[in-house]
Every structure is written in structure tokens, then in C-alpha cells.
Design a protein around this ligand. Sequence first.
Ligand code: NCD
Length: 316
Amino acid sequence: MPAGLLGIEELERAEIEAILARAKYFQPVQSQSLKKLDTLRGKMIVNLFYEASTRTRTSFEIAAKRLSADAISITASGSSVSKGESLVDTLNTLAAMRPDAIVMRHAASGAPHFLARHLPTPIINAGDGTHEHPTQALLDARTILDHRGTLEGLRVAIIGDIAHSRVARSNVHLLARFGADIVLCGPASLLPVELAQLAPGVRLTTDIREAIRDADVIMMLRVQLERQHEAAFPASEYFQFYGLRLEHLDLAKPEAIVMHPGPINRGRELSSEVADFQRSVILNQVENGVAVRMAVLEKVIGPGAGSQGPGAGERQ
Ligand code: NCD
């Protein structure tokens, strides 16, 4: 199976550290006037998105271009998928054009893992159903490190629609590997008890105040209505019980940061004041998305791909 990036669960801690170190190296490129490096010149990346995306798709495309790769993006509605072609046939067709990597997002959990076993091309998972979203967890870790300097021992509250969140799962795998103390919080109908077994030290609570108390990081999640086949919680009451408001922040550590993978729904999972709060790092997450995806693309198809590549062993 060609080495791509399917999930955080499959990564060793040293590999994660190497990606985060390289992302740090790529951060200043975002604000230079010349934003292009030669690293992936001559490489071609296909972004294949079967689900809606603004941030992730744009950021993969920008990351590829900043490393001088060519990148094209295909969305399901404008492709032969709408003519009934199967996923395997579509992917085989794309692979026959010999791209160097395929970045894909799909509503089915495990779709990229299944395809990776059948294709010669490395696959990078940009979100598979409710399963994993590895580059989101990596950019979240980069953002936490930038603000708090470490992941070890940090108390991280992840709040919202945990049941349907690939962002929560990837973050739990990553944060647990670095010794963070993780609390998952949401309405009981969106908080499956088996998630406590995802990693050692994960706790569950339905009480947002308990989750936030002494938190270093508060990570809010969108309510994924598109994945809920029946209403799991009355929409009109969600904000009252699980929406993050300024007064909640008094319970957290004074230097606590507020995160959200986006897209945010003001007035549903967080108030507008919280979204614009000075310790909200939501746009820093977006900015880090480019640097992290540059690091991931370099690891997967750059010089020395397959090994830990340059940056391995560097500090976070
Ligand atoms: C997330 C996703 O698609 O899983 N968004 C993202 O990639 N930034 C979270 C979400 O859609 O709520």
C-alpha cells in the first residue's frame, strides 16, 4: 500500500512530531511576499471532494501551490459520480492519469482506507464520514503548541456533536498520544459511551460547565445536522445548554484558548462574542491549515517521502 495519510490512529508519535516541526518551518512562508518553494515542482495533486468544503479544500490547494506542485480540484457534483460511476472506478480513472497523490473527502467512514488498498497512488484523507480528519487534528495541535507551548498535561474540552465528529476522533488520538487530559462533552444522544475507550484518560460529561472548568483549550464542534438521521437534540435548545458564551470562559484557565474547526454557526454552538473573542484562535487554525498541509504533502510525496523526511527529530 503506498504511504499516504489515512488517520492519526496509524501515525507514530515521532511522525506527528516531525509533521508539526515541518509545519512550524513552513509558517513564515505564509507571510512572505514570495510564497513559493520548489519542494514539489513537477508533482501533481488531485483533490477529490465528495462532501462540501471551503477551508480544507482551499487549504490543500494553496499548500500544494506554495510547494510548486500542480493541483486540481474535483467536486462530486461536477464529476462522473453524478453519472453513476462507482468510487473505485472514479479513483482508478484518476489514478490512470498518474497524479502523485489524491486528497479525498468522502461521507463514508473508511472510504480512503479501502481505496488505498486498491490504488497505486498515495491517498491523503481530508475527512471520511464520522471517522477521521487527520490534517485537522494536526493543524489543531500546531495551533495549541503555538499558544500553549506543549500538549503534555493540558486539559482539553471538546464540546458539541461528538458522535458525528471526525475532528473529535482525530484529536482524541493525537492529544492522548501526547498526554493531554481530554474531556468530551455534549448531549447524551451525541456522546456515545464507547468514545471513552478511544484512548486512555478520556472522560465524558454532559455538563458543559464541568467540561470547561480549568480547561486550557476549549474546542467547539459544529452540530452535524447532515449526518443526523433523526433530531438528536431540539435545535432551539442546543445553544441554551451547549452553546459557548463569554460567561463560561470564567470557569476555564485565564489563558485558555477557544478553537473551532469551522464552519462556525454563531448563535448555535458559540456566541458571536466568543467567536470574536481575543483568545479565540479560529483564524489561526485556518492559517496553520496551510502550513500543516504543506508538511503533510512534503512527507507523502516530497524528496525522501516514505522516510521521516527532513524535520524529523526537530523540536515542536
Ligand atoms: C470539519 C469537517 O468537515 O469535518 N470542517 C473542516 O474540515 N474544517 C468540521 C465540520 O464540518 O463541522
